[in-house]
Ligand binder design. Structure first.
Ligand SMILES: [Mg+2]
Length: 460
């Protein structure tokens, strides 16, 4: 699963430096039907055709293209129930190929970084781009350029929403799906912003869940515009401080902090640049393990568990020969155990580490995060949790660490690589951008009747 040079081989053009102070605008870039788009990269015949991707163990539909939605399929459909219908309707069905999606995701982010000084990855297929003084006046052009370059360099379609705050950028992105250009700017004070707010059901907003929608409905707050015009103390009473923040964001005041997400998380990223360059695998292992431990703590404190994990390592982007690599694993079943996360992170690192480089940064990303109580994905025949240790162990660890300081009790990740779950992946696409073993095989056979001479079919 070595990541290789990704887009590092392409020379990024000059771009403006990161601005100081709060950004003027935010852009949210989101890949369209991401998992399905990754599969289509290797199956151009599927462009415009219905595609679905199944969860872990081929349990349920987790990603779906609009074409498949039109045929009446939805995310969450249990595969065993709809297998026949899917095949009769001619829908292309794939098992999830996390290694591929993780690698394509990294390429998308790298490509965006060639155009914007700062890219904050928010989930496996979404990233926020803060637009400072230099970039904000050309926000639309930048959005179009990102879309064009990601399509050309990576091949995945993205949509860009731009607004004064992250909540408004999210909203713009939601509506960009319907715009043919794929880029939508909700300029502060514009009529389009007003119309969009009035046309958006409050439940479609970032951070307003089903429960929030129900509560707001009872007092007659139905659209995003209603919510924006709500009294702040009332919003706080009904939806706590997160709801109040959403109201402020809708009014154009930036309130969402970098590591603060108003919505239930789908992804969690923990990364940091090193104080000095790191070369040894062992040092990277320690860094990656501490990111995994931190993320595990955060998952548990929010009552969440993750199904997928990515590790990435990179040398300085400004050095002579920038290099980055990464690897992605499926954790088998949703987990928030530090033991499992650290182990998986080390395994992923081992598979993408390239010796002889001076690394400047590393990190991990957890994705496909769901509430702990939600259990395994719908319809999944999930094997027992890979972490059979009692949940009490992690609880005790968190308590001790909270009392005596972070890291008082740590996990010594077991060495050795156990095979991860042998998953049911009957419909796995046999493609990968990060596994030599999966390169397509081409057979060269002698030409029938001898080698073609000068008069032979040279046009072949
Ligand atoms: Mg998406």
């Amino acid at each position: 699963m070595a990541g290789g040079d990704d887009t590092g081989a392409l020379t990024p053009p000059r771009k403006p430096r990161a601005a100081k102070g709060p950004p003027r605008l935010w852009a949210l870039v989101d890949c369209a039907s991401f998992y399905c788009s990754c599969e289509r990269l290797f199956r151009p015949d599927l462009l415009g055709k219905p595609v679905v991707v199944l969860s872990n163990n081929d349990g349920a539909v987790v990603a779906i293209t609009p074409e498949a939605k039109e045929l009446g399929f939805v995310r969450g459909d249990a595969y065993f129930k709809r297998e026949r219908e899917l095949s009769e309707a001619g829908v292309a069905v794939f098992s999830s190929n996390y290694a591929l999606y993780g690698d394509i995701s990294r390429r998308v982010i790298r490509t965006m970084e060639s155009l914007a000084p700062e890219v904050l990855q928010y989930s496996i297929d979404e990233a926020f781009v803060p637009l400072g003084k230099a970039l904000a006046p050309n926000a639309l052009e930048l959005g179009a350029a990102i879309r064009e370059r990601v399509a050309r360099w990576v091949g995945v379609p993205v949509r860009v929403g731009i607004g004064a705050t992250r909540t408004l950028a999210k909203l713009a992105n939601h509506w960009a799906k319907k715009s043919p250009s794929g880029v939508l700017f909700l300029a502060p004070g514009s009529e389009r912003l007003e119309l969009t707010l009035a046309a958006t059901p409050v439940g479609d907003l970032w951070g307003i869940g089903r429960r929030g929608t129900a509560k707001l409905g009872k007092i007659g707050v139905r659209t995003a515009k209603d919510l924006r015009d709500m009294e702040l103390p009332a919003a706080r009473r009904l939806l706590t401080v997160t709801g109040e923040r959403t109201v402020m964001e809708l009014r154009g005041f930036q309130c969402v902090a970098d590591d603060l997400s108003p919505a239930p998380r789908k992804t969690m990223v923990s990364s940091r640049s090193f104080g000095r360059k790191v070369e040894r695998l062992q040092d990277l292992e320690e860094a990656v393990a501490s990111h995994a431990a931190r993320a595990g703590e955060r998952l548990r404190s929010e009552g969440l568990a993750a199904l997928g994990l990515s590790v990435f390592i990179e040398t300085s982007r400004f050095g002579k020969d920038p290099f980055n690599a990464g690897a992605t694993l499926c954790l088998g079943s949703p987990t928030n155990s530090t033991v499992s996360l650290v182990k998986a992170a080390k395994e992923a690192l081992a598979s993408c580490f390239a010796p002889g480089r001076r690394y400047a940064k590393c990190g991990i990303m957890l994705f496909d995060i769901a509430s702990e109580e939600a259990g395994p994905p719908a319809g999944g025949l999930v094997p027992e949790d890979i972490d059979s240790r009692p949940a009490g162990l992690m609880g005790a660890m968190d308590e001790i660490n909270a009392k005596y300081g972070r890291g008082t009790i740590r996990v010594m990740a077991e060495p050795g690589r156990d095979a991860y779950w042998k998953l049911r992946r009957d419909r796995l696409s046999k493609v990968s951008t990060c596994d030599l073993g999966l390169l397509p095989l081409a057979l060269a056979k002698p030409w029938p009747g001898g080698a073609p001479g000068p008069a032979g079919p040279q046009s072949l």
